[in-house]
Write a protein that binds this ligand. Structure first.
Ligand code: NDP
Length: 303
């Protein structure tokens, strides 16, 4: 059984991007720039934004933070988005989710120019991904694809079960893995990612255990600790745990610890590969956001 080291792969990707930025600067170019819009003071969101900005700085990107108080009017957020759409010094930007309830998330996300949508959540990018066209892919599924690819885990003809049908993880993951081989992975030309037979499960799925038992690869993104148990996994399966759940734990300084959606201790011995939480998919999400920023920088500057 191999534990997939997301921290190491993410560090490798950051190093690759740093080298790329150095080449751009040497050639007289300017570094890519990512902007992050944050509304309110949700502690988890503030941590994510801090980490994204830090990651930008580590690889030599510029980063901009645009903050609003939680009671901001929708028009003000849209106005800031329109300014970012027009700002040629900003290559890509994201609006940190979730937004306060009075804001219309769909309207706000659609106001983003899809060419600067580095979260890959704009309908244009989602549609292109669905059609198998080159697109900006949502960061978490992109990171999972990268993990599979860098560990040489083939998906062709494999039975993949995805638990969770969210727009940010489950649906785009299913679209990527069911596609004909993805063309934008030149380094892995010999490698087949995609061409899988995908089953997408959710809270109304019946016989989840039986469906999972038939899977070569299981990707769990449900937000339910211990959802995937030992008796749901066949010997030699690959298990990717996307879940991030806080469990009360007074032995920890913060009073909680993070666990995934998989009963790791009991499932891991049956697996050929498994991601831990933390240290598996999590670090890849920010690394993929940086890759997306570099991708739009190059596309929009025709590099
Ligand atoms: P959502 O809450 O949007 O979606 C959860 C999905 O899981 C839904 O489709 C839901 O079904 C399904 N589900 C919930 N319970 C069950 C169950 N008992 N059996 C089968 N399906 C179930 O979550 P997200 O996709 O946004 O996130 C999922 C998890 O991944 C969370 O823990 C989140 O924190 C984590 N996450 C981690 C990231 C990372 O970087 N590692 C990035 C993004 C998310 P239904 O649609 O029927 O309600």
């Amino acid at each position: 059984m191999t534990i997939i080291d997301g921290r190491q792969i993410a560090a490798d990707i950051r190093q690759e991007l740093k080298t790329e930025v150095e080449h751009i600067l040497k050639a007289g170019g300017r570094p890519p720039c990512l902007a992050v819009v944050i509304v309110g003071h949700n502690p988890a969101s503030e941590t994510y934004v801090r980490n994204k900005i830090k990651a930008c700085q580590q690889v030599g990107f510029r980063a901009k933070k645009i903050s609003f108080e939680a009671d901001v009017k929708q028009e003000e957020v849209i106005k800031a988005i329109e300014q970012l759409n027009e700002d040629s010094s900003v290559d890509g930007f994201i609006v940190q989710l979730p937004l306060p309830e009075h804001l219309n998330e769909t309207h706000i996300m659609q106001a983003i120019n899809y060419k600067k949508d580095v979260d890959g959540l704009h309908p244009m990018n989602v549609g292109k991904t669905a059609l198998g066209m080159p697109s900006v892919v949502s960061a978490t599924p992109k990171g999972i694809r990268e993990l599979l690819s860098r560990y040489n885990i083939q998906t062709e003809g494999k039975s993949v079960v995805i638990i969770g049908r969210s727009n940010i993880v489950g649906k785009p993951m299913a679209m990527l893995l069911m596609q004909k081989p993805y063309l934008s992975l030149p380094k892995m030309a010999s490698q087949t990612l995609g061409d899988a037979t995908v089953t997408l499960c959710h809270s109304k799925t019946r016989n989840l255990r039986q469906i999972c038992l038939g899977a070569d690869i299981i990707i769990v993104a449900a937000g339910q600790p211990n959802l995937l148990k030992q008796d749901m996994v066949k010997e030699g399966a690959v298990v990717i745990d996307v879940g991030i759940n806080r469990i009360e734990d007074n032995s920890q300084e913060k009073g909680y610890r993070l666990v995934g959606d998989v009963d790791f201790e009991n499932v891991a011995p049956k697996c050929s590969y498994i991601t831990p939480v933390p240290g598996g998919v999590g670090p890849m999400t920010i690394a993929s956001l940086l890759q997306n920023t570099m991708q739009v920088y190059k596309t929009n500057n025709r590099i």
